[in-house]
Design a protein around this ligand. Structure first.
Ligand code: BTN
Length: 256
């Protein structure tokens, strides 16, 4: 297991994909000072200026079936939330499926990508990309996301070495992957639920066709899909798409 430190790269997920395809072992990490083409979910850009955030990716080769790989997002969410709690003494929320939030503002995100899912189990691996706004100061976010983005510094007034946060997340992520393998997804979900930011809140689900459903989040079910009760009392099982918040600020942001 090793860590590759880069001053700058296009995307740590991209570098990790290449390393994984070359056979990098479970737990290998890539961390970059900045990214020139950082990516978020749903094709969004993750802006990644130097000295302001943690940009890292982990290659994991879990003992899980291919269909279980999306569950790694929940394990990674717990790893990020508990790392932040440990280092900053403050509890973030996790917004289904992959965002880290403080009071309606996004502070971090997880990009879980898999390789070789259709092939032999030994060729299969996941890349867990994590971006966290760490030291961003007021006014440093671009205007289009300023209202919806925050950083650990803005939330807590504390600054930490970005690499200390990286080390904490690295250790906890590998631990949470073990927990998922050994104790199962129900156990992971119940821990994730302690950080569930959406549960009981009004929200809008925007599906891949752009259709919108307003309702209240009931939290994820035992498969990890989000359950939402709409205004007519009907429930919807959400597998993917975008979740917009109703209270406070409206929309999730991609990053700084
Ligand atoms: C999201 O919120 O949509 C996920 C954002 C993930 C960003 C991280 S930064 C490190 C890694 N490399 C990338 O290009 N993306 C992830």
């Amino acid at each position: 297991m090793r860590t590759v430190f880069l001053q700058e790269c296009e995307s740590t997920n991209r570098v990790a994909l290449t390393l994984g395809q070359q056979g990098a072992v479970h737990g290998t990490a890539v961390v970059a000072g900045s990214q020139t083409a950082g990516r978020g979910r749903l094709g969004r850009v993750w802006q990644s200026p130097a000295g302001r955030g943690l940009y890292c990716s982990f290659i994991v080769r879990p003992r899980l079936g291919a269909e279980e790989y999306p569950r790694l997002t929940f394990a990674a969410g717990i790893a990020v939330a508990t790392s932040v709690e440990h280092l900053f003494r403050t509890k973030p929320g996790l917004k289904w499926p992959n965002d880290v939030y403080f009071d309606h503002r996004k502070c971090g995100g997880i990009l879980n990508e898999a390789s070789g899912l259709g092939g032999k189990s030994e060729d299969r691996f996941a890349i867990i990309g994590i971006g966290i706004n760490v030291n961003t100061a007021p006014g440093e976010f671009p205007p289009e996301i300023r209202e919806n983005a925050t950083s650990l510094y803005l939330e807590t007034g504390k600054t930490v070495e970005i690499l200390d946060l990286f080390a904490e997340v690295h250790e906890r992520l590998l631990l949470e992957v073990c927990v998922l393998e050994e104790k199962g997804f129900a156990h992971v979900l119940s821990r994730w639920g302690q950080y569930d930011f959406l549960k009981g809140k009004r929200m809008t689900w925007v599906n891949i066709h752009g259709e919108r459903v307003n309702g209240i989040s009931l939290g994820p079910d035992n498969s990890g899909s989000l359950y939402v009760m709409d205004d007519m009392g009907d429930t919807h099982k959400i597998l993917s798409g975008d979740i917009e918040l109703w209270q406070g600020k409206k929309k999730s942001a991609a990053g700084p």
